[in-house]
Design a protein around this ligand. Structure first.
Ligand code: DLL
Length: 426
């Protein structure tokens, strides 16, 4: 553990710390952020009503629309002169969502990322190839700060420029890489094309996140790059990467740094609390952020908190892989499907490349899903087998389309959009 006193704090002490930090945060929000004061008043709650952790359920959620409505810095709780950094998420429509950090927030950010990279296998003195995008996206700079805090020699490669990435991996011999899983596959292809075998590649650990990925993809990346891969999760509104990370020796759920981020799992329809072990929407409160403290942020990400005790001795709870975002959910003729479920079936079959794309169309009232996959040869039997396996394992009928290798969209270093929805266009 990077910080055993925090990561393995006795549970009663951790719960007491969370309560006092939430009380203190809601007081600050009520006093310094008019938009929060208004939300509390509308809901009829006051910070003083927060007497136990279960009282939190009475408090309002914060949603992406709250950040948009208060664009750019309306949710800030400190004077503008205290701010030290701004990040933003691009968003597909309208204004970006802007998040602000003061010095305390940057320190918290570096600390939680350092914990995450340590859990992922990183140790002081290693060379760290950071292929998350630098810029307004939190991935690059956020992971960078944590790498330096841990004592890694951090190489700010950023995303894209695959040739240059390969060159730097060959020349600087990094042991740890942070990258999106979709771009890790692109790098693996490029390294293989240079004749590099997994054993020739210096990398030992990969820290993968920023987009949903399946266990099968983990196995694929581990094999091709010769690494152990862990899942890093996070989002700009709460801090960026480093809300949680798996331990490389377990690879079984990501430790959520609960002394900084208070997690709840709620029913996607009603918002009611769900017990540990059940799947729902992850809701997070950033208890220690000072510039832009966020209460009960509705992440839209579907996961569960793992109920069992942790093998590592950490007392902070673990969260499962993200199944998908509630807004990525495809409801196909009444059956709920996440793209990651299709991915798991495809990669499990072995004969296709891990690159795939989903196209949704509508004929009359009927939704259709076309799953494009890459294979070396047109093979009618394989196409039928994929359709059959998806029907058997996911429960939906899809149309599979085989494409020439290299023709489906690849990650260019950042997040990859796997789904093209043509239903509204019709
Ligand atoms: O993606 C922060 C990040 C950077 C995380 C690098 C990990 C590594 P945003 O751009 O605000 O922040 O996007 C946040 O990405 O709500 C999830 O839907 C998705 N996401 C992030 N990590 C994972 C993951 C960064 N490990 C949104 N698995 C989140 C699945 C993830 N989805």
């Amino acid at each position: 553990m990077f910080q055993p006193d925090r990561e393995a704090m006795p549970t009663a002490q951790l719960r007491a710390l969370q309560l006092s930090r939430l009380q203190e945060m809601t007081q600050r929000q009520y006093a310094h952020v008019p938009a929060y004061r208004q939300k509390f008043d509308q809901q009829g709650v006051r910070p003083d009503d927060l007497k136990t952790l279960s009282d939190l359920a009475q408090f309002p959620f914060t949603r992406k629309t709250d950040l948009r409505d208060n664009y750019p810095l309306g949710l800030s709780a400190v004077p503008a002169a205290n701010l030290r950094r701004i990040h933003a998420s691009s968003g597909t429509t309208g204004k970006p969502t802007v998040v602000a950090y003061d010095q305390n927030d940057l320190d918290v950010f570096a600390e939680v990322v350092a914990r995450s990279l340590y859990a992922a296998g990183g140790r002081a003195g290693m060379v760290f190839h950071n292929a998350y995008g630098y810029g307004l996206f939190t991935g690059g700079l956020g992971t960078h700060g944590g790498g330096e805090r841990l004592g890694l020699c951090t190489v700010p490669v950023s995303g894209g420029g695959t040739e240059k990435q390969v060159q730097l991996i060959q020349d600087l011999e990094p042991e740890i890489i942070a990258v999106t899983p979709s771009y890790a596959l692109v790098l693996a292809e490029a390294l293989a094309a240079k004749g590099m075998k997994p054993d020739d590649i210096s990398l030992k650990y990969a820290v993968l996140g920023a987009e949903p990925w399946s266990q099968k993809t983990r196995a694929e990346i581990e094999e091709r790059l010769g690494v152990k891969a862990t899942n890093i999760y996070g989002l700009s509104e709460v801090i960026g990467p480093g809300v949680s990370n798996e331990d490389v020796s377990e690879q079984d759920g990501s430790y959520l740094w609960e002394d900084h981020f208070y997690p709840e799992i709620v029913d996607p329809e009603t918002g009611a609390a769900l017990p540990d072990g059940e799947y729902g929407v992850l809701v997070l409160s950033s208890m220690t952020r000072t510039a832009m403290p966020i209460l009960r942020y509705w992440t839209g990400d579907i996961t569960r908190l793992l109920p069992s005790a942790s093998p590592s001795g950490r007392t902070v709870r673990r969260m499962d892989q993200i199944r998908g975002r509630s807004d990525d959910l495809i409801i196909l003729r009444g059956v709920n499907v996440y793209p990651t479920q299709l991915e798991a079936v495809l990669i499990g079959m072995g004969q296709v490349s891990p690159h795939y794309h989903v196209i949704l169309t509508r004929t009359g009232l009927m939704d259709n899903l076309t799953l494009q996959v890459e294979t070396e040869t047109e093979n009618a039997a394989l196409r039928k087998e994929i359709q059959k396996q998806i029907k058997a394992q996911v429960g939906v009928t899809v149309r599979c389309e085989l494409c020439v290798p290299g023709t489906l969209p690849r990650s260019e270093g950042g997040k990859l959009r796997r789904v093209t929805d043509l239903r509204e266009a019709r």
